[in-house]
Design a protein around this ligand. Structure first.
Ligand code: AMP
Length: 584
């Protein structure tokens, strides 16, 4: 298939933000794609060059891209830079500049989707000395043979920023419309915004089938191939493979023990909620793979875990769900997530890191046993399997600590024990529930203490990208210490796109713009005037910010400037106290 066909669809998608319209455009397109092109098409549609669970990524920075555009278009870097500032999107910049150039040198040959994908994949393999130059010339070559609109999306794919507003949901729906639209009698009517459904139940059944197939394969290419070849049966027959990650089941928050019992029934199982990182562990004989919750492959970063699984998991083929939690070498006590987070991206000194920041694996679920899915077995039975196959070796690998009870008093005691030994709280598990990959259905719930909000001063901000390029959309926050302001983190969530919905990016921009002292690239330094209330999951020690602390998952709650001047903002001491309190 020619790349230009795909690009025409990208353009169509970008021209509207309506979900139904997106679904329609994609489904019409998919109907005509040949079986052999489906895999590539779906990857590129998602703006990917590898399936989401593959550890390889292009990782090309904007600066390098600037160089490539410079080589391909012949324009000066100053010019490219100023275009970038204006549009906030290097894709559009390359479109404009290559268009200008192409008017004089017409006649390049057609790019195919395979050629584009293969070249982008080559970028990943270039390493070592001179790799920057090699990457730049590979991209420049691709851009030179591209039409302007093709160049735009090649650049965006490389930078991992497609701006066509298509999410997993639209793709899933489009697959249903494309391959089962006839059976379901789907007739899309743009004006009336409806699809003329006769049997909603049947429609939902097909949706679930596609979603399920995606949750266990994490690859829309595989899903569409199965749907095109064997219809609904094909989807049903797709099974998980040990070695290919599936989406993790997610937790629902409950406010108290009663609500936990309501959701999960009585009795329920209560487990320590360890504060570490989720690890999905795949074992097939001596071949072990470890994936994060975002399905990144981190096997190489955790050699000791590979070793524990080989030695202490007594079964040849399994997929386990677990939490890896860091502990202090000196005291043996659990440490907050922060302590091990630095291991995730690490490429060198891995052995040293594993000795300095060791982790303990706490297994709490099993997804595959002896090569077969066990997601439809009850949690109770799955837990029995785990206990049978795992040898408990504290500080290495063990079964997550738990009790089964219907008594609130037991839970209160157990909660205290959890928090006293450095954990976040408890997880509550429904005994007769299956494992639902990717779903937040309340079969597992979390119970943890809440954190007080902080009132922080905005000291820097950053201009956004794409749709947000006219707004200051990311805010550096500071607490106060003796008249100085010390940074504790950055927040960009919690604000609204539209003014009428609450505190919006536009309103913040209006407030902050007059306070700009200096611009440095996309970042602006501000006079410290605006105070906002910020919530976060946790406060961590961190060398990144001048306060020595960092907020985990900060979100903006509301503007406080009206009732709180910067002089009354949260102090460093208060940050420290909250940090200590949460450790207790
Ligand atoms: P949260 O990230 O706050 O939504 O809490 C859910 C996360 O807690 C899971 O994704 C796991 O990473 C982690 N976790 C820690 N201990 C457990 C446990 N015993 N069972 C399930 N998840 C756990």
């Amino acid at each position: 298939m020619h790349y230009s066909e795909l690009v025409d669809m990208y353009e169509e998608l970008e021209a509207t933000t309506k979900r139904l319209e997106h679904t329609h455009i994609i489904s019409e397109f998919l109907k005509d794609v040949s079986l052999e092109d489906l895999g590539t098409t779906l990857l590129l549609l998602e703006g990917r060059v590898f399936p989401r669970w593959d550890e390889r990524e292009i990782g090309m920075a904007s600066k390098m891209m600037l160089k490539a555009i410079n080589v391909a278009s012949g324009d000066t870097r100053t010019r490219i830079n100023s275009e970038w500032k204006k549009t906030g999107d290097l894709g559009t910049v390359s479109y404009n500049l290559i268009k200008k150039k192409k008017q004089s040198t017409l006649g390049s040959h057609e790019l195919t989707i395979d050629k584009v994908l293969n070249n982008l994949r080559k970028l990943v393999t270039i390493e070592g000395q001179g790799s920057v130059d090699k990457k730049v010339s590979l991209v420049a070559e691709l851009l030179t043979s591209a039409k302007p609109s093709e160049a735009k999306y090649i650049v965006r794919t490389i930078l991992n920023d497609m701006r066509i507003g298509v999410g997993e949901g639209s793709i899933r729906d489009a697959i249903v419309w494309a391959f089962f639209g006839k059976e379901l009698g789907i007739k899309y009517n743009k004006e009336e915004k409806n699809i003329g459904l006769e049997d909603r139940e049947k429609y939902n059944e097909y949706m679930d089938a596609v979603q399920r197939a995606y949750d266990i394969t994490n690859d829309f290419g595989t899903v569409t191939e199965a749907a095109k070849k064997h219809g609904l049966n094909g989807l049903g027959n797709l099974s998980m493979k040990v070695g290919v990650p599936l989406k993790a089941m997610l937790a629902l928050k409950v406010d108290d023990i009663e609500e936990g019992f309501e959701r999960c029934g009585k009795p329920a199982e209560f487990e320590f909620k360890y504060d570490g990182m989720r690890m999905q562990i795949h074992k097939k004989d001596s071949n072990i793979k470890i994936f994060t919750r975002r399905l990144e492959n981190v096997t190489d970063q955790f050699p000791e875990v590979v070793d524990y699984v080989k030695k202490f998991v007594h079964e040849k083929e399994v997929i386990l769900d677990s939490e890896a939690v860091g502990y202090s070498k000196k005291t043996g006590k659990y440490l907050p997530f922060q302590s091990i987070s630095q291991r995730i991206k690490r490429k060198y000194d891995i052995q040293k890191m594993s000795e300095e920041f060791p982790v303990e694996i706490n297994v709490f679920d099993i997804i595959n046993y002896k090569g077969k899915s066990v997601i439809n077995e009850s949690f109770e039975d799955r837990k029995k399997i785990i206990k049978r196959i795992i040898k408990n070796i504290p500080k290495k690998i063990k079964v997550a600590k738990s009790i089964v009870t219907a008594d609130k008093k037991d839970v209160e005691r157990f909660y205290k024990e959890a928090v006293d030994s450095g954990n976040e709280g408890l997880m509550i598990k429904k005994l007769d529930a299956p494992y639902k990959p990717g779903a937040r259905v309340g079969f597992m719930c979390k119970l943890k203490g809440t954190q007080e909000n902080l009132d922080l001063v905005v000291v820097k901000a950053e201009w956004g990208e794409g749709k947000r390029s006219k707004w200051l959309s990311s805010y550096t926050l500071a607490c106060r210490d003796d008249g100085k302001f010390l940074e504790v983190g950055k927040a960009s969530t919690g604000l609204k796109e539209k003014r009428e919905e609450g505190l919006s990016f536009a309103e913040m921009t209006d407030l902050l713009k007059p306070l700009i002292k200096k611009e440095e690239g996309k970042e602006v330094i501000l006079r410290p005037k605006i105070v906002i209330e910020v919530g976060c999951e946790e406060i961590q020690k961190s060398p990144t910010y001048s306060s020595g602390y960092a907020l985990r998952f900060p979100r903006v709650i509301r503007l406080r400037s009206m009732d709180k001047p910067p002089e009354d903002a949260t102090t460093l001491k208060q940050v420290e106290d909250t940090y200590k309190k949460q450790k207790k």
